[in-house]
Design a protein around this ligand. Structure first.
Ligand code: M6R
Length: 600
C-alpha cells in the first residue's frame, strides 16, 4: 500500500532530496506504482515533483535528489482510487497551492466529496482520494485559518481508514494524522519526522513513537505534541527506542531481499525459539488458551497458511480444538456462533492488514476478551490494540513475499501446541531447527536453481501435500504465484484424484511434499500422476520408493510431523525465488502487490 514520510529540519537543507530518497527507498517494499517528492523552503516555496512509474526512473527524470528545503514530504502510491498517472500521484496541493499533503489508506466517500467540493468551487486535478483529503482540510482552513482545527473538522467528514501528513507552506512545522493506517513519529537531534513505516524512520533515528487511531501530531524540528482528533486534548506518550538490527533493512551483498531473508531463517528462527523456551509468557498464554472452548487462528495470505498449519499441530500435539480462518471470511463463517470462552489469535506479519483488523474490531465491539496478537512489528495497529502479544521475532522483513515471518509464525504454533500439550520433547526438538534449516537451504539451493531453469516456462505448477504438508504446499504455491507469475496451485494430495487430475498432460510439473509417515499415501498420489505422464518432483526425507518414482527428488535432512513441512517450505521458497529471477522479475516488489494491505 502507499507509504508516506514527512520531515521537518531545523535548517534549510541543500541535500533534502537525498534525505527524502533515503526514506523513499525504505518505503519501496510496500509496493507502489507512482512516486512524488515535495520540498518546502524556509520562505514557504513549494517544489513538487511526481509521476507514475518506478522510483529510480522518476527520481532521475525529475531530479528528486536536487530538491532543497527545510521541510519535505514524500509518497509512494499503490493505486486504489484513480489509475496510476501523474495527476493521481501524491503529494497533492490545495487550490491555492498553500497546503501540501500525502496520504495512505482509503477514503471511502471520495466520490461524494469530490462532487460536494467541486460544487463549492474546488478544482481537482485527478480522482485520487489523497487529493480529496487535501481539499477537505482546505475547505475548513479557508474559514478557520488554523490547520489543527481544520484537521479535526475534516476527521468528521473523511470516512475510511487512512493516515496522512500535511503542511501549511506559509507556517512552520507539519501535522501527521492517524485513523486506521499505521503512523510513527521519529525524533532526531535537529529534526522530527513522521512515516507510515518504521523502517523508513530508522536510517534517521532509533527514537520513535507510534500514534494510535484517532490521534494527530503537530511536529516541528525540535518539538512535537500528540492530540486527540475528537477533542484536541493533549496526549502524553513515552518515546520508544528501536532495539533491532537496522542492517536488516539493507540487502547486505545479496541481490534481493527475498534470498537474503530466506537465508536468514536459520538465524532468525532463534528469536521465536528463545521466546517459547524462556519467556514464561508463552507458557502463560498456552495455559489460558488450553482453558478456552475453541481457539480461532485468524490471518490472511501466508499468515493464514501458518494458522492452518498451526491447527494441525494444535490437534496432534496440543490436543486442542482450533479453527483456522481467513480473516476476510471470519465474520460470515463464524460471526454468529462465537462464545465468550473462545480464544482468538490474530496472526499478521505487519500488524496492519485491514482484513485482520476488521476481525479485531468485530470482536472488540462485541466484548470478546481472549484476544491474542501474533505480529512481527511492535507498534503496529494490531500490536497496540491487543494486550496479549505473542511476538513473531523475525526482525524486519522487507521483501513483499513473506518467508522468515511465515516460518516463525509456524514455529510459534509448534511451540504453543507443545506448551498446551505438555510436550517438552517437542520443545526440545525445535532447537534442532536452525541447523536443519541451514542444511536444507544449503543443500537444496542448487537443486532449486536448476529446477527453476527447467520449470521457468511452465504455465502451471501443482503442489500436493497431506496433513501439515498441505499448508506447506499452499504457502509454496502462493510464493510461486507472487514472485514468478506462474500459476501455482496447492491441493490436498488425497483430493487431487477427485477432479484436478483431469488437467494433467505429459510433462506437467507436480510437486509432492512428504513426511515419512504419509509416504504410502504420497506414493499412491505420485503414481496417479505418473501414469498420466506428469513430471514428478518430490521433496521428502530420504525414501527409496519416492525417489524411484520421481523425476526430481529433493531430499530433506529430517523426518517428522512438525519439522518436515517447515523444511519443505524453505525449499519451495528457494524454488519460487529462482523462478522469479530466471523470468526476469524483481521478487522483492512483484507487480500489483504490496507488503502491507491496509484496504478492504
Ligand atoms: O502482514 P500480514 O501477515 O497480515 O499479511 C497478510 C498477507 O497479505 C501476506 O501474508 C501476503 O499474502 C504475503 N505477501 C505472502 O507472501
Amino acid at each position: 500500500m502507499c507509504g508516506i514520510f514527512g520531515i521537518v529540519y531545523s535548517e534549510e537543507k541543500n541535500n533534502l532530496g537525498e534525505c527524502l530518497m533515503k526514506a523513499a527507498r525504505r518505503l519501496v517494499y510496500r509496493g507502489y506504482d507512482s512516486a512524488g517528492f515535495v520540498g518546502i523552503s524556509e520562505e514557504g516555496k513549494i517544489d513538487l515533483r511526481k509521476d507514475a512509474g518506478k522510483l529510480d526512473k522518476i527520481a532521475k527524470k525529475l531530479k528528486f535528489q536536487e530538491i532543497k528545503g527545510k521541510r519535505g514530504i514524500i509518497q509512494l502510491r499503490w493505486a486504489t482510487f484513480g489509475i496510476p498517472k501523474k495527476e493521481n500521484a501524491q503529494p497533492h496541493v490545495d487550490c491555492k497551492k498553500r497546503l501540501v499533503s500525502a496520504h495512505n489508506g482509503n477514503v471511502v466517500n471520495t466520490g461524494e466529496l469530490i462532487r460536494e467540493l467541486t460544487f463549492k468551487g474546488h478544482s481537482f486535478m485527478g480522482d485520487n482520494d489523497g487529493e480529496v483529503v487535501c481539499h477537505t482540510v482546505e475547505d475548513f482552513f479557508n474559514v478557520d485559518h488554523n490547520l489543527g482545527k481544520s484537521i479535526m473538522k475534516a476527521y468528521r467528514i473523511l470516512r475510511g481508514d487512512y493516515s496522512y501528513i500535511i503542511a501549511d507552506s506559509k507556517e512552520k512545522g507539519m501535522f501527521a494524522v492517524k485513523k486506521g493506517s499505521s503512523l510513527f513519529l521519529g525524533i532526531g537531534k535537529d529534526f522530527t519526522c513522521a512515516s507510515s513505516d518504521l523502517p523508513s524512520i530508522l536510517p534517521f533515528t532509533k527514537r520513535y513513537i507510534p500514534l494510535y487511531d484517532g490521534e494527530f501530531a503537530e511536529f516541528h524540528s525540535s518539538s512535537y505534541k500528540i492530540m486527540s482528533l475528537e477533542t484536541g486534548e493533549r496526549i502524553e506518550r513515552e518515546e520508544l527506542i528501536y532495539k533491532g538490527d537496522i542492517s536488516q533493512a539493507e540487502k547486505g551483498g545479496f541481490p534481493h531481499f527475498m534470498i537474503k531473508e530466506i537465508k536468514e531463517q536459520p538465524r532468525t528462527v532463534n528469536g521465536i525459539i528463545s521466546y517459547l523456551n524462556d519467556s514464561g509468557e508463552a507458557l502463560e498464554y498456552g495455559k489460558q488458551i488450553r482453558k478456552s472452548r475453541k481457539a480461532f487462528l485468524i490471518g490472511s495470505g501466508s499468515s493464514y497458511h501458518a494458522s492452518l498449519m498451526g491447527s494441525y499441530f494444535l490437534n496432534r500435539i496440543g490436543r486442542k480444538f482450533s479453527i483456522p480462518v481467513v480473516s476476510g471470511e471470519f465474520k460470515e463463517l463464524f460471526g454468529n456462533t462465537l462464545n465468550k470462552r473462545d480464544s482468538f489469535i490474530l496472526v499478521s506479519q505487519s500488524g496492519e492488514t485491514k482484513d485482520t483488523i476488521n476481525v479485531l474490531n468485530y470482536l472488540q465491539e462485541r466484548g470478546f476478551e481472549n484476544l491474542y496478537s501474533f505480529v512481527n512489528i511492535p507498534g503496529s495497529t494490531l500490536y497496540l490494540r491487543t494486550k496479549k502479544r505473542f511476538p513473531v521475532m523475525s526482525e524486519l522483513e522487507i521483501s513483499v513475499a513473506a518467508t522468515k515471518t511465515f516460518l516463525n509464525q509456524a514455529v510459534g504454533f509448534v511451540g504453543l501446541s507443545a506448551l498446551i500439550g505438555g510436550r517438552n520433547d517437542i520443545l526440545k526438538e525445535i532447537s534442532l531447527l536452525p541447523g536443519l534449516l541451514e542444511e536444507t537451504i544449503g543443500k537444496s539451493e542448487v537443486f532449486c536453481e536448476n529446477l527453476a531453469e527447467e520449470l521457468k516456462s511452465s504455465l502451471s505448477i501443482y503442489i500436493l501435500g497431506y496433513g501439515p504438508n498441505h499448508p506447506a504446499a499452499l504457502e509454496g504455491a502462493l510464493k510461486i504465484k507472487e514472485v514468478s507469475y506462474i500459476h501455482g496451485e496447492a491441493y490436498y494430495s488425497t483430493e487431487f484424484k477427485h477432479g484436478p487430475l483431469a488437467l494433467i498432460e505429459e510433462g506437467n510439473p507436480v510437486i509432492f511434499l512428504s513426511s515419512r509417515e504419509d509416504s504410502e499415501k504420497i506414493i499412491s498420489a505420485i503414481n496417479e500422476v505418473r501414469v498420466r505422464k506428469g513430471k514428478i518432483i518430490s521433496i521428502s526425507p530420504e525414501n527409496s520408493s519416492i525417489r524411484l518414482n520421481s523425476d526430481v527428488f529433493i531430499p530433506l535432512p529430517y523426518e517428522n510431523y512438525t519439522m518436515t513441512p517447515l523444511l519443505s517450505v524453505a525449499v519451495l521458497q528457494l524454488l519460487a525465488y529462482y523462478l522469479s529471477v530466471k523470468r526476469d522479475i524483481d521478487p522483492d516488489t512483484p507487480r500489483n502487490l504490496s507488503k502491507t494491505i491496509t484496504v478492504d
